[in-house]
Design a protein around this ligand. Structure first.
Ligand code: BDR
Ligand code: CA
Length: 316
């Protein structure tokens, strides 16, 4: 069975990514590595511990990652984050804190050890800034040839960003780390806004979770309704909220859900386009063997998988 690590800045759609992974019998979630973004590192770790408990999976270990990018001294959550994900990152829904603590081993060492243990059977899915995986690749560069796949949520190739015309949120927090990942030679699949803004959830689906009458169903419905409401203000044309992070997990499990474009990619690091993910003009003639971007998605099939897996999990 494939092993999965989720690297999360646990906000609302990150929590849905945890739910999708736990509802998927094809993979074993062997750990969650915490990052910063939607919330500060400690809050994201706290959320991951509490959510795995609430969903009946206290065996999932949580590791603390780096608190900010290597190019900054500290990290402050953007003002807009609280509006989209709530002050606590999970739609301001109150759930009990876990009695567990994060593991003593660092996220970076855990990622390296997991690659050494599981090799090609390991899939790593970062759905926040790429700071932890960039640090792991710096510490142990050989893991690029040993890991099964890295399926990241971030970037935008064919549509504008969601921070500004060029930048998607996860890439914007640490453009250097994402650029290092694209150039590392590790297998990378980018699941960006090109596809995640087509997979939308509405109140109709969250009501199905609420109707289950379970604590998990009620939590998922209340949390996601907060997120849908924010999207009604920021992106009323969409008619729902973007399922960014769970789509990355779904693609990690079943890449046939999307159409992949092989492309040598880079992140612009300078000037007004800083943070843009785009083809690397210096590598146009080189074969694109390791990096791919998702450009199409089978929306009905994904939404069906999403609802089935998460509803079954929340029923129990
Ligand atoms: C990404 O940014 C975060 O707000 C979400 O959790 C998602 O990972 C979407 O741009
Ligand atoms: Ca995220």
């Amino acid at each position: 069975m494939k092993k999965l690590i989720l690297d999360l800045d646990t906000g609302v759609d990150d929590a849905l990514a945890i739910s999708y992974a736990l509802g998927s019998p094809e993979v074993e979630l062997i750990g969650i590595t915490g990052t910063y973004g939607n919330v500060l590192l400690d809050q994201g770790v706290r959320n991951a511990l509490a959510i795995t408990d609430l969903l009946g999976h206290p065996e999932v270990k949580v590791y603390k990652g780096l608190p900010h990018s290597s190019t900054t001294d500290s990290f402050e959550v953007l003002d807009i984050s609280a509006f989209i994900h709530g002050e606590n990152g999970i739609g301001d829904v109150d759930i009990p804190d876990s009695p567990r603590q994060p593991e003593i081993e660092s996220a970076v060492d855990f990622i390296i050890d997991a690659v050494k243990t599981y090799g090609k059977d390991l899939i790593y899915v970062p759905t926040g800034p790429m700071t932890n995986i960039a640090a792991a690749l710096k510490k142990a560069p050989e893991i690029k040839d040993e890991i099964g796949n890295i399926v990241l949520m971030g970037g935008a190739l064919t549509v504008p960003g969601n921070c500004n015309a060029c930048m998607e949120a996860n890439i914007s927090q640490d453009p250097e780390a994402a650029n290092e990942l694209f150039h590392s030679g590790a297998p990378v699949t980018m699941v960006g806004l090109d596809v995640t803004l087509r997979t939308l959830l509405t109140y109709k689906e969250t009501q199905q979770w609420r109707d289950l009458g379970t604590k998990a169903g009620e939590f998922l419905a209340d949390m996601t309704d907060f997120y849908i409401k924010a999207y009604e203000t920021t992106s009323p044309h969409l008619g729902g909220c973007g399922l960014h992070d769970p789509l990355a997990v779904a693609v990690a499990i079943d890449p046939s859900l999307v159409t992949l474009l092989p492309l040598n990619m880079k992140v612009d690091l300078e000037g007004p386009t800083r943070g843009r993910t785009i083809g690397d003009e210096t590598r146009l003639s080189e074969p694109a063997d390791t990096t791919k971007a998702a450009v199409q998605v089978d929306v009905p099939r994904f939404l069906n998988e999403f609802m089935t897996r998460i509803t079954n999990l929340a029923k129990a």
